[in-house]
Design a protein around this ligand. Structure first.
Ligand SMILES: [Zn+2]
Length: 266
C-alpha cells in the first residue's frame, strides 16, 4: 500500500473513552514515504510507534485546535523526532494564537529548536490556507467549534482566537488509481453543515461524532457522493453503543465507527 490514512487514536477523552485503546485524536497520512500527522492528542506518540511508523519520515504536523485531546502529545512527538537525528525539515502548522505559547512551552521543557539537527519551521495559520506537499495538497477549512467559548475567553482567557479547522486532503493519482483521491478530517465541529460543502467526491470522511447530529449525517449519507463516512472522536461506552445501533438501523454499509489502528487505503 503506497498511500494511506491511519487512525492512531480516536477517543474524545482518555478517561471516559469507551475504547480499549483510549488514545485521543491522531490521524496519519502516508503518501509514498512521507508522513503527515493531523492532531497529536494524548497517547499518539506511543500509538505511532506501536503501529510501526518511523519518526524520520514525518514531514508536517497540523494541529486543528488547542483542546487537550488534540495537542497534549505534541512536545513528546517533536522530541521523539529530534532524538532520531533526522536531517529533513519538519513543518509544524499551529492555530496562529498558539505559536507563541507553544514556543515558550518548548523552552520551558528544555527543547530549544535552534539546537535541533533539522530545520524546524512553526507556522501559525488562520482560516483557509492551502499547503502543497510532495504528492498531496492540504486545505484547512475554518469551523466554529470553539465559538461557544467566547464569553469564557473574554472573561478568563489569554489571546485565544477561537480557531479550529477541518482538513481537506487531496492525494495525487497513484500508480494504480486513475485520478486524485480526496479525504476529509473534520477534527471537532460545531455542526456538520459547516463542512458539508467540501465533502463531495471524498473517498473517506472522518467526522467528529460528539458535536454533530448522527441521524442527520446518516440521512445525508443515503445519497451523498462520498465513499465511506467514519465516525471518530468517540465518547464513552454508552455513546459508542448508541452510535453503533444507529448505524445498524440505517442499513448503510458505507458508514463505520473508527477503530484505533484502522488503515484506509487512498
Ligand atoms: Zn475540541
Amino acid at each position: 500500500m503506497t498511500n494511506s490514512l491511519t487512525i492512531l487514536g480516536c477517543a474524545a477523552n482518555r478517561q471516559i473513552s469507551g475504547l480499549d485503546n483510549n488514545v485521543t485524536s491522531g490521524y496519519l497520512l502516508k503518501v509514498g514515504e512521507r508522513l503527515v500527522l493531523f492532531d497529536c492528542g494524548g497517547g499518539v506518540t506511543g500509538a505511532f510507534l506501536r503501529y510501526g511508523f518511523d519518526f524520520t519520515k514525518v514531514s508536517e504536523i497540523f494541529i486543528s485546535h488547542t483542546h487537550p485531546d488534540h495537542v497534549t502529545d505534541l512536545p513528546l512527538f517533536v522530541q521523539s523526532i529530534y532524538l532520531t537525528k533526522r536531517k529533513d525539515r519538519l513543518g509544524l502548522y499551529l492555530p496562529e494564537d498558539f505559536t507563541e505559547p507553544f514556543d515558550r512551552y518548548m523552552r520551558a521543557l528544555y527543547m530549544f529548536p535552534e539546537t535541533f539537527p533539522f530545520e524546524f519551521t512553526v507556522e501559525g495559520y488562520h482560516g483557509a490556507i492551502t499547503h502543497e506537499g510532495e504528492g498531496y495538497t492540504i486545505r484547512t477549512i475554518p469551523n466554529s467549534h470553539l465559538s461557544r467559548f467566547v464569553e469564557r475567553v473574554d472573561k478568563f482567557g489569554g489571546d485565544n482566537k477561537l480557531l479550529c479547522h477541518s482538513f481537506l486532503i487531496e492525494v495525487a493519482a497513484g500508480q494504480s488509481s486513475t485520478g486524485p483521491t480526496k479525504a476529509f478530517y473534520s477534527a471537532d465541529l460545531a455542526s456538520f453543515e459547516e463542512i458539508r460543502p467540501y465533502l463531495d467526491g471524498c473517498a473517506y470522511v472522518l467526522v467528529d461524532s460528539t458535536h454533530v447530529d448522527a441521524d442527520r449525517i446518516l440521512d445525508y449519507m443515503k445519497d451523498a457522493d462520498i465513499g465511506t463516512m467514519i465516525f471518530t472522536h468517540l465518547g464513552d461506552e454508552n455513546e459508542i453503543a448508541r452510535l453503533r445501533e444507529k448505524i445498524a438501523r440505517s442499513g448503510l454499509d458505507r458508514v463505520l465507527l473508527a477503530e484505533p489502528g484502522m488503515t484506509l487505503e487512498l
